[in-house]
Design a binder for this molecule. Structure first.
Ligand SMILES: [Zn+2]
Ligand SMILES: [Zn+2]
Ligand SMILES: [Zn+2]
Length: 135
């Protein structure tokens, strides 16, 4: 859980208006050390009242366009979102093939040599069994 970041402050810094929906969705993304699917995000914010899927997807799009969240593909092909931006540097992910969670790794947990001309981004996903599932 990221306790350092205030969704309202991050929205203000990014130039996005801090609407109630954006604060809710960004707050939910920041609350997890893993990348969540849209259905999981809906479940996470449900206690504050309902939000329809269209609103959620539109909100995720605007947050992503402003660099506050980042979209990733999990090992089952589904889309997941986790925190991005200056306080949340680019990092790689661990996909658990049992519980299907996509866990955020520390930024320097995986070192990949990208000694290839023209490379701008390296996307690495580790697939395996997470600590919880290993028991
Ligand atoms: Zn943070
Ligand atoms: Zn697992
Ligand atoms: Zn992540």
């Amino acid at each position: 859980m990221c306790s350092r970041c205030d969704p309202k402050a991050l929205l203000a810094e990014s130039g996005l208006k801090a609407t109630a929906q954006r604060v809710r969705v960004l707050g939910a993304v920041l609350a997890f050390q893993e990348a969540l699917s849209p259905p999981a995000l809906l479940a996470a914010i449900r206690w504050e009242g309902p939000m329809d899927k269209v609103t959620l997807y539109r909100t995720l799009e605007s947050l992503e366009a402003h660099g506050l969240i980042c979209r990733h593909e999990a090992g089952d092909g589904s889309v997941r979102y986790c925190a991005a931006g200056p306080d949340h540097p680019q990092h790689h992910h661990f996909f658990c093939q049992r519980c299907k969670r996509l866990l955020c790794l520390e930024p320097d947990a995986v070192r990949v040599g990208a000694d290839v001309p023209g490379v701008e981004q390296v996307v690495v996903r580790l697939d395996g069994t997470c600590a919880d599932c290993r028991g």
